[in-house]
Design a protein around this ligand. Structure first.
Ligand code: TRP
Length: 456
């Protein structure tokens, strides 16, 4: 694809913009807070030393996540364009300019399977709404989940529905769609997750769940896998490296300061993950269940817990609302990346671009969904289709794209330009930020990569 208009020319049409800085922060937080926070974080934390993991995770967010967040925001706001435009404009002669395209393709791919999982949450939400899943049928939840994901048609219907809602929001534009959704949903999510955590921690026997999540197992700190798990989780959870933050930054006016916005998003995302963990594990332990991994935790173990819990239907509804709504605000951010790109490069209207990419994402997601049913025999290294893509994304695509971003802002931009674009002032913090981008982050990412390729 050729660059048009030429990299030095700004896009012709007047650009859409967030109405306020708060709207920008809420929308970015909406992207960050998603399926990754609600069960991935809890499980990874519990599995990697609890409170000790938490410390390493906080370190990863502070040293890697926050500087990259600021770098993405700066790049986006300075270029006022989609991620393809931003990379080409910032680095017209460096091979790093192609990383913008990587982000466009990557976000499309991530959304294709993210939407399949989000579709499952819609199915549960609907069943709880219609009262079909309760009461008291504890033994059947594993079967119910298996039946759902193995069905050749039903999960595709939910995947389609979820993408249709996502398309509907993105089609309404930056203010009318993305901004409006986050203003509505984010406060609700905050209240829901805090309410669920308070309820879960008030259950008798819940203390063991709090301990599972928070009590530090210091011996975990000597295991290199813990650091790598923390890095991967930080990238996924903060929506880094796939152009979401560049694209969202591109809708921000110059008058708004970036460092405080980056700090607010990182803090909000971490807090949300911890509080979600305090909602999940105390409940699981209070009912004598064993915490399980990934999808099984949310779709089998928790429904089992809800079916025996006093007031379980209400709690289940709140929980699946939380999952579906958090997934939606993340999905719209993932779709916005290729949509913004297609509007410029293919000269499409927002409506055309959204429909085209929504349909593409739906079709791309079909194999991921069928991989749990009719195409179950398609396996790569023991993983099904969805897991294979997810694994390739988090262990390869995100690290590679993230280091491209750090190198671009750290090395291709001049020091003065980078510091000015990030709204920093020459001094300790600006130095530290540049050192992290130039040396520490690329090296840390190289480490993740070598490790995940089994070379370390
Ligand atoms: N951060 C979201 C979550 O925690 C998922 C997500 C949205 C994402 N945009 C992304 C992950 C970009 C990686 C890259 O669920």
């Amino acid at each position: 694809m050729t660059a048009q208009p030429s990299p030095s020319q700004p896009p012709a049409a007047p650009r859409e913009q967030w109405s306020t800085k708060t709207a920008f922060i809420l929308a970015t937080l909406g992207s960050a807070v998603g399926l990754g926070n609600i069960w991935r974080f809890s499980y990874v934390a519990g599995d990697n030393g609890g409170g000790a993991f938490l410390l390493v995770y906080l370190g990863a967010v502070l040293l890697l996540g926050l500087p990259l967040l600021l770098a993405e925001f700066s790049l986006g706001r300075s270029c006022q364009g989609d991620v393809g435009h931003a990379f080409r404009r910032a680095a017209p002669r460096s091979p790093l300019r192609h990383f913008g395209m990587l982000a466009v393709l990557g976000s499309t791919l991530i959304l294709s399977y993210y939407s399949v999982i989000a579709g499952w949450t819609l199915s549960y939400l609907t069943d709880y709404l219609l009262g079909l899943l309760l009461p008291q049928q504890s033994g059947d939840h594993g079967k119910r989940f298996q039946n759902l994901i193995a069905d050749p048609v039903e999960p595709l219907f939910w995947h389609f529905l979820f993408m249709a809602i996502t398309v509907w929001v993105v089609m309404a534009g930056v203010r009318g769609g993305l901004e409006r959704l986050s203003r509505l949903v984010m406060p609700l999510l905050g209240v829901t997750v805090v309410g669920l955590a308070i309820y879960a921690m008030s259950l008798p026997g819940s203390a063991a769940g709090v301990a599972f999540l928070l009590s530090p197992d210091w011996s975990a700190l000597s295991d290199p896998a813990v650091y790598l798990a923390a890095l991967g989780q930080a990238f996924f959870s903060l929506s880094l490296a796939m152009g979401v933050l560049v694209t969202y930054g591109g809708y921000l006016g110059r008058e708004h300061r970036l460092p405080s916005a980056a700090g607010a998003v990182a803090t909000g995302d971490v807090l949300f993950a911890i509080i979600a963990g305090l909602a999940i594990f105390p409940a699981v332990f209070a009912f004598g269940m064993a915490p399980a991994q990934g999808p099984v935790l949310a779709f089998v173990v928790l429904p089992q817990v809800f079916s025996t819990m006093p007031g379980g239907s209400g709690v289940a509804l709140a929980f699946f609302f939380l999952l579906a709504a958090a997934a939606l605000t993340s999905a719209v951010s993932l779709l916005e990346v290729p949509v913004a790109w297609a509007m410029r490069v293919l000269a499409l209207s927002r409506r055309q671009a959204t429909l085209l990419l929504g349909a593409t994402v739906f079709l791309l997601g079909v194999p991921s969904s069928l991989g749990f049913g009719p195409w179950e025999s398609v396996q790569l290294a023991g993983r099904g289709i969805l897991d294979t893509i997810d694994h390739a994304v988090s262990n390869f695509l995100l690290p590679v794209a993230g280091s491209g971003l750090a190198l671009l802002v750290g090395w291709v931009w001049s020091e003065r330009e980078a510091i000015a674009e990030a709204d920093l002032v020459e001094g300790f913090w600006a130095r530290l930020w540049l050192i992290l981008l130039r040396y520490i982050i690329p090296c840390a990412i190289l480490l993740i990569l070598l490790r995940s390729l089994g070379l370390l």
